[in-house]
Design a protein around this ligand. Structure first.
Ligand SMILES: [Zn+2]
Length: 339
């Protein structure tokens, strides 16, 4: 990506081992993320461009001399962040705060919308899958690199649990996965807040019990009506706008929690006063998707959850620029890339 709206497919030097802890992964599936749409809308032009993509599944083609857990031929999930797997934060289940963390397709780091890429800290980062590279579950498995783990993180931080009321702000792929996560963790009522018919329909199939398509104060009012005037215990904020955050805090029940996973587009969190007087916990951040794989993978393999339905469009590498456009124009929920 060279600037807002300017995505190009280019030949680059082949990915190669640089550090002895690296692996090279041949990408079999990648995708375009809702968070890729922020730079697609606003990135200032650069001469060097930014290699894009942070979600992938692939096959390990080569490993460095110090890699011991990952081996050539493994089919692996590449979480959107790399991490060493050994530091205090990795041990605490927060690899996105690893002391050696980095984010693919960001800040000059190579991206996964590519035929292959170099993976730093391969042992800590990659997660081997017990399936072949063209397994029928591949779409759902691919969501474990970001959106399903991110939706789950929103639910965990928002303290979703059995019998609780939850609301999901945003009907993009992460919001839809957040519905799956809220249901999976036992929420009794799940309100999806969005306004795209195709997405709402999928949200209902995933377990949403109510739909709120209003915005701002009207949305807050509507959620209160649906919850006996109280608001919801758990708000899963999957957008990242100031306005969506304000709504999220507005619909939280006193003592409730907001789990925010939409990449914030503002430096300040609005709603400080209502959050304070409602004793509302506001948390969240980059989801530790690597740490959630042990928990979520069995549910995908057994077919208990089916997050891969968020992909409604598949392109080859040449189709990636049009894939960005389709997602930005809301023609597509999420685009899968099959290099
Ligand atoms: Zn670490």
């Amino acid at each position: 990506m060279y600037a807002a709206g300017d995505v190009r497919v280019q030949e680059v030097p082949d990915a190669a081992i640089v550090e002895p802890t690296d692996a090279i992964v041949r990408v079999t599936r990648a995708c375009i993320c809702g968070s890729d749409l922020w730079p697609y809308a606003s990135m200032e032009r650069t001469d060097s461009g930014q290699s894009m993509g942070h979600e992938a599944i692939g096959v390990v083609e080569d490993v460095g001399s110090q890699v011991t857990k990952i081996k050539k031929g493994d089919v692996v999930v590449m979480p959107f962040a790399y991490s060493d797997g050994t530091c205090a934060f990795c041990h605490e289940g927060l690899p996105t705060a690893c002391v050696h963390v980095g984010f693919f397709g960001n800040n000059g780091m190579n991206g996964a919308q590519a035929e292959a890429l170099r993976i730093p800290l391969a042992d800590g980062t990659l997660y081997p899958l017990p399936v072949g590279e063209d397994d029928a579950l591949m779409r759902s498995l691919l969501t474990l690199s970001d959106v399903m783990g991110t939706g789950h993180h929103a639910a965990v931080v928002a303290k979703v649990g059995p019998g609780k009321r939850a609301a999901v702000v945003g009907d993009g792929a992460v919001g839809l996965c957040a519905v799956i996560a809220a249901k999976r963790l036992g929420a009794e009522q799940i309100i999806i807040m969005g306004r795209h018919a195709d997405r709402i329909a999928l949200a209902r199939e995933y377990g949403a019990t109510d739909v709120v398509s209003e915005r701002g104060d009207e949305a807050v009012e509507r959620v209160r009506e649906l919850t006996g005037g109280e608001g919801v215990h758990s708000v899963l904020e999957c957008v990242g706008h100031g306005a969506s955050m304000e709504t999220a805090i507005g619909i939280a029940r006193p003592g409730g929690a907001v789990g925010r996973v939409g990449v914030p587009q503002h430096t300040e969190i609005p709603g400080s006063l209502p959050a304070f007087f409602g004793n509302i916990t506001v948390g969240g951040g980059p989801a530790p998707v690597r740490a959630y794989l042990d928990d979520l993978l069995p549910d995908v393999l057994d077919g208990r959850i089916d997050p891969g339905r968020v992909f409604d469009h598949t392109v080859g590498l040449d189709g990636v620029p049009d894939g960005y456009r389709a997602m930005a124009d809301r023609e597509s929920i999420k685009v899968m890339v099959k290099p």
